[in-house]
Design a protein around this ligand. Structure first.
Ligand code: AMP
Length: 399
């Protein structure tokens, strides 16, 4: 059964209950300031479509941060409400709670068309996937729209359980559609040569995706702190570089795969004697005992660029070094540039840190798709779908 999207259902004069991922970063000192509005900006297309097509009321839902089931003003959706009102040029009413008695009254009033429910995670029932909580939320809408790709891997009340109350009235939004279409290309029909670039800090976080990808790709490039457990597993000394014994075990397992020849690892590094200290070139694989590798070196950049140069499909998740510090950002920026220069290739960037790296590089628009969901995009590639997407497609039965 194909997934139905918001433009395939009549929304005129209906109350539409919409789940978005407005989990945006806030300034640590001034909590009213959103430091990156991308996730809200990505939701605007669906919201505007619903407004333009005569929806009676929009009841918007999201979580923000991890307030752990308790009301916590540090995680109020107020900055989101203010930003939405500005962008849409419409009033946005923020409720006090998701179970506010006044919400039903608001639905009968003619005034504001947009109601934003306060942070879903102020209620512990949200993350527990509570049917009772989902039912209470469901009572606000005639139709349910899920456009929260970033949380579609969670079986939460507002992303999963709620589908039980919207039989044939649950649809996906435009952002969900774009994400699913882009990721499906990678899962089902990647054009060859297919190159995956995996970076970041922990092997254990990405072990499943590596095991899944190594079968289908032509080259599996491993950079960033991810690379050192692999180098140790091959018998190299990596000095003080980030590397846990558990990750070495996992790397050893992957290096026993029949496809191990597809793995491409760093051959030189940019090192320092302390975390974020003065950068120094280490022109060989082995890292001296008193140094830690914090970026890939120039020979490695050339090697990775060469593997990427004729790719037709590229998946990139995770930075090549401590890119937040510009002394160790060259490797990550070189990957962004290499991807941006490919002709006629499908390039997908996923995962929070590589997304911010692509933004810093100024090459965001040169990528075919930049996924808003880090964990969700990885899980989609591992599993071929997500619980929230399956529930939207097939519904769920609570009995
Ligand atoms: P992840 O969340 O696993 O994608 O990890 C991203 C983090 O890994 C970023 O904050 C990077 O600064 C960090 N990182 C990447 N490479 C290194 C490295 N060689 N040494 C220390 N941290 C690194």
């Amino acid at each position: 059964m194909a997934l139905t999207y918001v433009d395939e259902i009549e929304v005129k004069d209906k109350n539409i209950l919409c789940r978005f991922d407005f989990n945006v970063p806030l300034d640590s000192k001034d909590r009213s300031k959103i430091t990156d509005t991308t996730r809200i900006d990505m939701a605007l297309e669906t919201i505007q479509y619903l407004l333009d097509n005569g929806a009676k009321k929009l009841i918007l839902m999201s979580h923000l941060g991890r307030p752990k089931g308790k009301v916590n003003p540090d995680y109020t959706l107020e900055p989101v409400a203010t930003y939405l009102a500005e962008k849409l040029n419409e009033d946005v009413i923020l409720t006090e709670s998701c179970l506010d008695r006044g919400i039903k009254t608001l639905l009968t009033l003619n005034e504001s068309r947009i109601i934003l429910l306060q942070n879903l995670r102020y209620h512990s029932e949200e993350e527990e996937g509570s049917a009772e909580f989902a039912k209470a939320l469901a009572a606000y809408g005639d139709i349910y729209v899920n456009d929260a790709f970033g949380t579609a891997h969670r079986k939460h009340a507002s992303t999963y359980t709620i589908n039980a109350y919207f039989k044939n009235k649950a649809v996906g939004g435009f952002l969900l559609k774009k994400e699913i279409q882009a990721l499906t290309k990678i899962v089902n029909s990647p054009k060859s040569p297919f190159v995956a670039i995996v970076g970041g800090a922990k092997v254990s976080d990405k072990i499943k995706i590596i095991e899944r990808l190594i079968v289908n790709v032509d080259h599996l490039i491993i950079g960033g702190a991810m690379a050192y457990p692999f180098l140790v597993a091959q018998g190299h000394d990596v000095g003080n570089s980030l590397c846990s014994a558990d990750d070495v075990k996992l790397a050893k397992k992957i290096l026993m795969s029949p496809s191990k020849s597809k793995i491409v690892l760093p051959v030189d590094h940019i090192v320092s004697t302390e975390f974020g200290g003065a950068p120094k070139l280490c022109a060989k694989v082995e890292v001296d005992g008193d140094c830690m590798a914090l970026d890939i070196g120039p020979k490695t950049i050339a090697l990775f660029e060469n593997k990427i140069s004729n790719a037709k499909t590229v998946l990139w998740n995770g930075p090549m070094g401590l890119f937040e510090n510009k002394d160790f950002a060259n490797g990550t920026m070189a990957i962004a540039t290499a991807l941006s220069q490919l002709d006629d290739a499908f390039t997908l960037v996923g995962g929070g840190d590589s997304v911010s790296a692509v933004k810093i590089s100024g090459l965001y628009d040169k990528m075919s798709h930049v996924s808003t969901g880090g964990g969700a995009s990885l899980e989609f590639i591992e599993e071929g779908t997500l619980p929230g997407v399956q529930a939207l497609r097939f519904g769920i039965d609570l009995n």
